[in-house]
Every structure is written in C-alpha cells, then in structure tokens.
Design a protein around this ligand. Structure first.
Ligand SMILES: [Zn+2]
Length: 188
C-alpha cells in the first residue's frame, strides 16, 4: 500500500513572517492554482542537503543541466537531484548519490542564496526586488504578480529551464511583493 505524503508548500521568505500553507492558505493556494508547472513528479521521503541537511525540493534533471556552467555540466551524473533552498548553504543541487553543485557551478544568481534587496525573483520575466520596491514607492502597490499571471496565461514561461528552483516563481513573487509592501508600510 502506498502512503501518501502530504506536500506542504513553503514559500521562502528570509524573515520571521514566512508565508506558509498553514498561515496563508488562501494566498498560497490561489497563487499555486495559476501555476504554470506541474508539481514534482515524485514524492519519496525527504532527502536532506548533503551539507546543511535542509530538506531539498525535487528538481527535474533538465533544470540542473540547463542551469549548470559548462565546467560543472562536464561532471554531471544522472541522479534524482534536489534543490537546497537554505540561504546560508552554498549547495544548489544535490542527490543522494552523485555530485553536489554549488552557487559557483550555476549560471544564474540563485536568489534564495543572496542578500535581500536586489534579487531577481522571476527568472522568466525579470521581476526583481529593486523594481518592485520602486513601483511600490511610486504607486503604493506592485502589479508584478498580475504581470506574471498574464504571461503564464499566455503560456510564455519556461521555469523548468530558467528558474534554478525549477518551479513556478508565482508563490515566491507573491511573498516578495507582500514583504516589500510591509517594509514600505513600516517605514511610513
Ligand atoms: Zn544545503
């Protein structure tokens, strides 16, 4: 008999106000309903990062191969890779067996591993914290989520090969807009 493992969607926000399925179910579920990508296709038991032990999120091997530098790709071995979202850990991709790849091996800057302020959250359409903050400053709000939703509806995203996390950015973007909005409010 197969045991179903419940998937809890955790949107990584580097603050104590983390949006989780439990804390903000409506927001997250609404965001994920528009998601352009199917969920991970395997839900085997959690495998921890080989350096920091954080539970990794399964990523498609195509994502790993697309995001690795030429030199890193040359030592790629086929395995069930996972993405380490921990901000303090340099590992980006790891597998139970096989090589480990760090931020130095990846073509893109991985926003989860960078300091807040100027990070690109949406790798397909370039939505980033600096522009969103300016937009909020200027107009009191940001339409970044609506812009990305429109692109998703038009089938323009390629998260599997553009986003190092290999998944739709919408949940992350929603959390980023919310965080930047709160930070603007707390300053006024
Ligand atoms: Zn790690």
């Amino acid at each position: 008999m197969r045991t179903r493992v419940a998937t809890v969607v955790i949107v990584m926000v580097p603050s104590k106000r983390r949006l989780t399925l439990e804390r903000a179910p409506r927001l997250i579920l609404k965001a994920m309903a528009d998601c352009c990508c199917p969920g991970p296709d395997h839900t085997d038991q959690a495998v921890g990062c080989r350096v920091c032990r954080t539970a990794g999120k399964p990523v498609d091997s195509l994502t790993v191969k697309a995001l690795l530098s030429d030199a890193a790709l040359a030592r790629y071995e086929h395995a069930a890779y996972r993405f380490c979202p921990d901000a303090t850990c340099a590992v980006v991709y790891f597998a139970e067996s096989g090589p480990t790849f760090t931020t130095a091996d990846v073509r893109e800057r991985v926003w989860q591993k960078e300091s807040p302020g100027d990070r690109t959250i949406c790798y397909c359409f370039g939505e980033n914290e600096a522009d969103i903050a300016r937009e909020i400053e200027r107009t009191g709000q940001s339409a970044a989520v609506q812009r990305v939703r429109a692109h998703i509806a038009a089938k323009r995203c390629a998260c599997e090969i553009r986003n190092p996390g290999g998944a739709c950015c919408l949940g992350d973007l929603l959390a980023a807009v919310e965080r930047l909005h709160q930070s603007r409010m707390s300053r006024s």
